[in-house]
Design a protein around this ligand. Structure first.
Ligand code: FAD
Length: 301
C-alpha cells in the first residue's frame, strides 16, 4: 500500500474520526485548519482579507448519516453566512453535499442546500459545492442544476482526474467553476492514475473554462500550473476579473501572498470545525511531506 493510499484509508475510518474529535485538535491539524468555531474562523478571514486575499469557508463535516447532523450543519453554515454579511467580509461558502444529507435522502439534501443558497443569495454571497468521490459526483451535479434553475450564486468543482472531466467542464461552462486535480482514491475504470495524465487533463480543463466559461478558480499549489496559467491568460487577453487562484489555508503562504501582491485575485480555502480529521488525512495523502507539520507540532508542545 502506498503512503497516499494509507492516508486516504485513514481519512475514511469513522472510528478514528470520532476519536480525533474526542482527543482534540492536535497532531498538526491547527496548521491547516483555521480553528474549531465560528469566532476563530472569522478572525482568520479578517486577517487574510487585510492582506488582499478573499476566502472560501468550509465548515468541516463528514460521515453524516443522521438527519439531525445534516440539520446542525445547515444551521452552522447559515450562521457563517450571516457573519460574512454582518461583518462585510470578502468571503463565500464551500460545502459538501454529503454533509447536508446526500447519503441520507436526495430530496432532504436538496431542501437543505436550497435553504442555504437562498440565504446566501439574499446577501449576494456565492456558494460552491465541493466535489467528493465518484459515487457522489452525478447526484451532486443533479442537485446543482436543480438549484441553479432559481439561483445563480452557485457553482462547483471539476476534478480533472476523471475521464469525463472534459464533458463535465463543457456541461457546466455557464457556471463559476473551481478546477482541481482531484483528491480521492478513484478506480482506474473512471479516473486517470498517472500524474502526467492528470496534470495534462488539469491544464486542458483550466484552459477550456478560461476561454469559454463564466469565472474560473484555479485551485492548486503547483507552481508549474500557476506559471502556465499566467502565460496563458496574457496570451489570450483574459482579464483578471475572469479568474482567481485558490490554495488551501496554511499551504505555501508566501506564494499566496505573492500572487495577491502581483495583482491576481487570490482566494484561500479556509476550513474550520471539530470534524477536521478526514480533511487533514487527505492533505497528508496528497503530500506526505506535510507530515513535517505534524512532527513540528508534536515536538514544539
Ligand atoms: P500536487 O500535484 O499535489 O503538487 C504538484 C507540485 O507542486 C508538487 O510536486 C510540488 O512541487 C508542488 N507543491 C505542492 N504542494 C506544495 C507545498 N505545500 N509546498 C511546496 N510545494 C508544493 N479536491 C477534490 O477532489 N474536490 C474538491 O472540491 C477540492 N477542492 C479544493 C480546493 C482548493 C482551494 C484546493 C487548493 C484543492 C482542492 N482539492 C479538491 C484538492 C485537489 O484536488 C488536489 O488534490 C490538491 O490540490 C493537490 O494537488 P495540487 O494541484 O495542489 O498539486
Amino acid at each position: 500500500m502506498s503512503l497516499k493510499d494509507f492516508f486516504i484509508a485513514l481519512s475514511e475510518n469513522q472510528t478514528l474520526n470520532s476519536a480525533a474529535q474526542k482527543y482534540g485538535f492536535k497532531l498538526g491539524a491547527q496548521s491547516v485548519v483555521a480553528g474549531t468555531n465560528i469566532d476563530e474562523v472569522i478572525e482568520s478571514i479578517k486577517h487574510l482579507n487585510a492582506q488582499g486575499i478573499s476566502c472560501t469557508v468550509d465548515n468541516l463535516g463528514e460521515f453524516v448519516f443522521e438527519k439531525s447532523a445534516a440539520l446542525a450543519a445547515k444551521n452552522q453554515i447559515s450562521a457563517v453566512i450571516e457573519r460574512i454579511h454582518s461583518e462585510n467580509l470578502d468571503a463565500h461558502i464551500s460545502l459538501k453535499p454529503s454533509q447536508l444529507g446526500l447519503d441520507i435522502d436526495f430530496e432532504f439534501c436538496y431542501e437543505n442546500l436550497r435553504e442555504i443558497v437562498a440565504l446566501a443569495n439574499k446577501y449576494q454571497i456565492f456558494v460552491n459545492f465541493d466535489m467528493e468521490n465518484y459515487a457522489r459526483l452525478h447526484p451532486s451535479f443533479e442537485l446543482l442544476e436543480k438549484i441553479h434553475v432559481d439561483y445563480d450564486n452557485v457553482g462547483t468543482v471539476i476534478q480533472a482526474y476523471f475521464f469525463e472531466s472534459g464533458e463535465n467542464v463543457e456541461r457546466f461552462k455557464d457556471y463559476r467553476l473551481r478546477i482541481v486535480k482531484g483528491a480521492y482514491k478513484e478506480d482506474e475504470s473512471v479516473a486517470y492514475q498517472n500524474k502526467a495524465d492528470i496534470d495534462r487533463k488539469f491544464i486542458e480543463q483550466i484552459e477550456y473554462h478560461l476561454l469559454h466559461g463564466k469565472f474560473t478558480s484555479i485551485a492548486t499549489h503547483d507552481h508549474n500550473v500557476i506559471n502556465h496559467v499566467k502565460q496563458f491568460v496574457d496570451k489570450h487577453n483574459i482579464p483578471n476579473d475572469k479568474f482567481e487562484f485558490q490554495m488551501l489555508y496554511g499551504f505555501r503562504k508566501e506564494m499566496q501572498l505573492g500572487l495577491a501582491k502581483e495583482g491576481y485575485n487570490f482566494c484561500t480555502y479556509v476550513p474550520f470545525g471539530n470534524d477536521w480529521y478526514g480533511y487533514f488525512m487527505r492533505r497528508l495523502a496528497e503530500r506526505p511531506q506535510n507530515l513535517t507539520l505534524v512532527t513540528k507540532q508534536v515536538f514544539t508542545k
